[in-house]
Design a protein around this ligand. Structure first.
Ligand code: C2E
Ligand code: MG
Ligand code: MG
Ligand code: MG
Length: 280
């Protein structure tokens, strides 16, 4: 009886493993050449000033629409791109695409920046700074319009080398934001050694608001001490927005303000004067 049960459990485990491996192989197969076939696009999600409701920046988020697999979440396919080093090429494309768009928004009179996610692999790739420099030059966009979002793993891998790269990026005028803050090692001792400009607080800390403010309070005290600008990710309700304001968090991003939108919808969104919903 026990033996039979054990055998069934093992069987179920094997099947799950097989399904996972099969899915992965499927993704790998269809991701090869996806860039050349034009299957990727970039959506943009507003990062807003929580007081005025004005859009400050737009985060570029990669989208993949495969003819065979349909729409696949980046949470699923970005790790596959990373494993196959394809992220270096795709990431470079996202960067150029995002800079081209922010140039258009500037031309239309909007004072916004664009935030681009950079995977560890890209960041550690020898010529990342050169890549950014060329992309800025070719698109004619000022470095100050660019924010690079990095995760702790990228910066922790080699803190000294990482800091040198960060300094070089800063001389181009670009700023750096630590993404998903609170989910990595978050060794506080080393947060002050990393020369980042902003922190994006992971949505897991935001979505427990307004009920549980303890973590957010600590994070806000820390960031004000380190003089880091904070962005709260995953703001979904008015109550969360108000709590963040009370705790002193100036910027937010989330479905409350807008979902990520296709590039051609952004101008209409920015033209629309955003009057923040008032809680009275
Ligand atoms: P991320 O950089 O932390 O991006 C924020 C994610 O939160 C996005 O998921 C966004 O759609 C989602 N989000 C925004 N507001 C809300 C909200 O109110 N509630 C909830 N539940 N979610 C919200 P998305 O677009 O699926 O991207 C997932 C992750 O994939 C990103 O997390 C990032 O790590 C990675 N990624 C996306 N685009 C790129 C890229 O171009 N390059 C690299 N290297 N990674 C990327
Ligand atoms: Mg991000
Ligand atoms: Mg994030
Ligand atoms: Mg995230």
């Amino acid at each position: 009886e026990v033996k039979q049960h054990g055998r069934n459990a093992w069987r179920a485990y094997e099947e799950r493993l097989e399904a996972g491996a099969h899915r992965r192989l499927q993704l790998e197969t269809h991701l090869a050449g996806a860039l050349e076939r034009g299957e990727f696009s970039v959506h943009y999600q507003p990062i807003v000033d929580l007081v005025s409701g004005r859009t400050r920046s737009l985060e570029a988020l990669l989208r993949w629409s495969s003819p065979e697999l349909g729409t696949v979440s980046p949470a699923e396919f970005v790790p596959v791109l990373e494993q196959r080093s394809l992220i270096v090429k795709v990431g470079a494309w996202v960067l150029r695409e995002a800079l081209r768009r922010v140039g258009e928004w500037h031309a239309a009179g909007h004072d916004v920046t664009v935030s681009v996610n950079v995977s560890s692999l890209q960041f550690q790739h020898g010529d990342f700074v050169e890549l950014v420099r060329c992309a800025l030059r070719d698109t004619g966009v000022s470095g100050s319009a660019l924010v690079l979002e990095l995760t702790e793993s990228a910066l922790i891998a080699d803190a000294d080398e990482g800091n040198a790269t960060l300094c070089a990026l800063r001389t181009l005028g670009a700023r750096v934001s630590l993404d998903d803050f609170g989910t990595g090692y978050s060794s506080l001792s080393y947060l002050h050694r990393l020369s980042v400009d902003k922190l994006k607080i992971d949505k897991s800390f935001v979505q427990i608001l307004p009920g549980d403010c303890a973590f957010m309070e600590v994070i806000m005290r820390l960031t004000s001490h380190l003089r880091l600008e904070c962005v709260a990710e995953g703001v979904e309700s008015e109550a969360q927005r108000e709590t963040l304001l009370q705790l002193g968090c100036p910027f937010g991003q989330g479905f409350l303000f807008s979902r990520p939108l296709p590039a051609d919808m952004i101008l209409a969104f920015l033209d629309d004067i955003r009057i923040p919903p008032r809680g009275n």
